[in-house]
Design a binder for this molecule. Structure first.
Ligand code: MG
Length: 391
């Protein structure tokens, strides 16, 4: 048996060139504020945390988190690492409970659960490497020949720009697409019409045989969403994502009960019980936990079982290897979100610059290798000149 001997955390701060997206590229929770500051700051991810868990034999498991990396680093270094060092990585469920219960007074959600997630993902990568198997083979194995993905970008922009992007994505073989709304309650009726025009314009390009998902990133209110839903119906969206703030479970449930457009969410929910609440309340028709926030692979796998029993499909938030392994191993995960490889913009694509080995989509699908141990990713040294790294 080899025990965990150290945990190394690093914050990767992108200092390289950044493409500025246009002003209202996506609604977000800060839209409701009266402020003159940078309202889009909550939708920009130019920092990332990596978490390396090493065993006595020198094997290293790699996990990561993208939520408030400097604070999560401190939480791991000061509070979680001492709970994990000395443990057998194959006691992963025990380690999870130990981290959860020993920090329960403050750690259950938000920063604490994100720190746990990064460590847990690293431990699964470690277990895979120690037994020489890919993580998905430890989770139940291959349930799909390959993983269908949806193209997740199409930020709100001018109509010609959005149509051109959709056209290019179609030519690249994508079969499903997600777009972001640029207008919300503060933009009134004219903004509503601008939103609808863009959905119509995208349908003109992709037709009605391909899925179209629509994203609000918590930038609408319940009232606004209730008025929008009937107007969106004729465009047959696959789902409407995070129409209201994450805490408004009643709002999600009310919108979902309208049976107009399926409501999705969960990327800002934490833990097994948080996701269970969403399911029990029938608040979402598609569950989208984020593995590196929700409690890592250990929590995600338990949530998958609950969701399957409720017959609610799970489509984890974001690309990245840990989500693909869960999707491959669960029949109830039908498709993966996929951030296309792109110059650094809002930061959704930053993981391609930090890691090597994340699979790239070909003709709308991606593949995991049956023989690559662990999650199949490693730290890249190709873009080091564009990062400021904090140990
Ligand atoms: Mg989302």
């Amino acid at each position: 048996m080899t025990r965990i001997r150290s945990i190394r955390t690093r914050v990767w701060n992108w200092t390289g060139p950044t493409l500025p997206p246009q002003g209202n590229f996506c609604t977000n929770a800060s839209d409701a504020l009266y402020e003159r500051g940078d309202a889009m700051a909550s939708f920009r991810f130019h920092q990332w945390l990596t978490c390396e868990v090493e065993t006595e034999d020198g094997t290293i498991g790699l996990g990561n988190a993208a939520l408030a990396p400097t604070v999560v680093k401190k939480a791991i270094d000061d509070h979680y690492a001492p709970l994990v060092i000395g443990e057998d990585p194959f006691d992963s469920a025990y380690i999870w409970e130990k981290m959860y219960r020993r920090t329960h007074a403050w750690g259950r959600k938000g920063i604490g659960m994100t720190a746990m997630s990064a460590i847990d993902i690293a431990i699964w990568d470690l277990m895979g490497k120690l037994v020489g198997k890919p993580v998905f083979k430890l989770l139940g194995g291959r349930t799909k020949e390959k993983i269908p993905v949806y193209y997740s970008k199409l930020y709100a922009d001018t109509i010609p720009a959005m149509q051109a992007e959709a056209e290019t994505a179609m030519q690249n073989g994508y079969l499903a697409f997600k777009s972001r709304f640029g207008f919300g309650p503060k933009d009134g009726m004219p903004g509503m019409r601008e939103n609808l025009k863009r959905v119509e314009a995208l349908r003109e390009v992709i037709g009605y045989d391909r899925d179209l998902m629509l994203e609000c990133y918590m930038g609408w209110t319940l009232d606004y969403a209730k008025r929008m839903l009937p107007k969106l119906e004729k465009y047959e969206p696959r789902w409407l994502e995070e129409p209201v703030i994450a805490d408004d479970i009643n709002g999600y449930a009310e919108l979902n009960a309208m049976n107009s457009v399926p409501i999705s969410g969960g990327e800002h929910e934490f833990s097994i019980m948080g996701c269970h609440q969403l399911l029990e309340r029938k608040a979402v028709s598609v569950l989208q936990y984020d593995t590196n926030r929700v409690g890592g692979i250990t929590a995600a796998q338990k949530i998958n079982a609950i969701a399957e029993a409720c017959q609610i499909p799970v489509i984890p938030h974001a690309g990245q290897a840990h989500n693909y392994h869960l999707t491959m191993a669960n029949a109830n995960c039908p498709i993966s979100e996929y951030f296309p490889v792109f110059d650094v913009e809002v930061g959704n694509e930053l993981f391609y610059y930090i890691f090597e080995g994340d699979p790239e989509a070909v003709d709308g699908y991606l593949q995991l290798d049956d023989d690559t141990p662990g999650l199949g990713i490693s730290l890249s040294d190709k873009h080091l000149q564009h990062f400021e790294i904090m140990e």
